[in-house]
Design a binder for this molecule. Structure first.
Ligand code: NAI
Ligand SMILES: Nc1nc(O)c(N)c(N[C@@H]2O[C@H](COP(=O)(O)O)[C@@H](O)[C@H]2O)n1
Length: 232
């Protein structure tokens, strides 16, 4: 485990259906949160140094990961920060499209974390995008622990993760998650191949991770659960 002083504080914010799905079997983005929850997410975004997603989420949702409220952006700039937190994509093979919204919408730094096996032409093209830095961590796949240490060196002390299913599992499995905020919405999505909150290989019985419930808050017709990871 990486000592806490050498990595950012890392929390995941996700929205899942009552049956634990992040989206449909077609991997199409579903609005699980309502207006109030999206506003809460915007406050969280404004209060972090960086927002991270996996490449699967970029390819499926094409998110911009910007702070939506002008007032919150102004408060950030008044405090000497950039309008938007640094946007980080975990992208082992440098598959991020150069026309992705992350490059088109909102000002601020972007970091694409790739592995050594990513094609050099692809990383070169991404490194030419404005305000974009490439970080290499890991040989075939991004090594998340190495990445966390490098992100701390970039000045990221508080990191918000917005999925998806594979990245959530990957971070939890290497002990890199401190807190989870899961909004459970009032819908059933179903489907055995639809992404769940944490996919990946799954934990065997002896490896199951345990949580401590911090709070449960009703928001519109859903519930926001805030959990801390129990130390292993
Ligand atoms: N409801 C919600 O809050 C959210 C829903 N989603 C949904 O989740 C789905 C996307 O999830 P996934 O396909 O699982 O993609 P993902 O966003 O978790 O990205 C997975 C990719 O991350 C990369 N990666 C590199 N190194 C890794 C490592 N060591 N561990 C784990 N991942 C690593 C791999 O290339 C892997 O394919 C979409 O359907 C999207 O709509 C995504 C974000 C939030
Ligand atoms: N909090 C939350 N609730 C939902 O219902 C969602 N579908 C998501 N998805 C996440 O939000 C990203 C979109 O961000 P932008 O609006 O483009 O800035 C999406 O990619 C998921 O990470 N989140």
């Amino acid at each position: 485990m990486i000592p806490f002083s050498e990595r950012p504080y890392i929390f995941i914010n996700s929205a899942m259906s009552a049956d634990g799905k992040l989206s449909t079997f077609e991997r199409k983005q579903v609005k699980i949160s309502g207006k109030a929850d999206f506003d809460r997410v915007d406050t969280l975004r404004a209060g972090t140094d960086a927002i991270m997603v996996g490449i699967g989420t970029v390819l499926a949702d094409n998110p911009s990961l910007t702070v939506k409220s002008e007032q919150r952006r102004l408060e950030r700039t008044a405090a000497g920060k950039e309008e938007n937190p640094i946007r980080v994509i975990v992208d082992s093979n440098a598959r991020t499209p150069i026309d992705a919204d992350i490059f088109k919408k909102g000002k601020g730094r972007k970091i694409i974390v790739v592995s050594e096996s990513a094609q050099k032409e692809k990383t070169a093209a991404l490194s030419k995008m404005p305000d974009t830095k490439i970080i290499v961590a890991g040989s075939d796949r991004v090594n998340l622990e190495e990445m966390a240490v490098l992100l701390k060196k970039e000045g990221i002390n508080r990191l918000m993760v917005e999925g998806g299913a594979t990245l959530n599992y990957g971070l939890i499995s290497v002990g890199l998650v401190d807190e989870l905020m899961i909004f459970v919405g009032n819908l059933i999505i179903g489907g055995k191949t639809a992404p769940t909150f944490a996919d990946g290989d799954g934990f065997s019985e002896g490896q199951i991770r345990r949580l401590t419930l911090e709070s449960a808050e009703k928001i519109e017709d859903g519930i926001l659960l805030t959990w801390k990871m129990k130390s292993e």
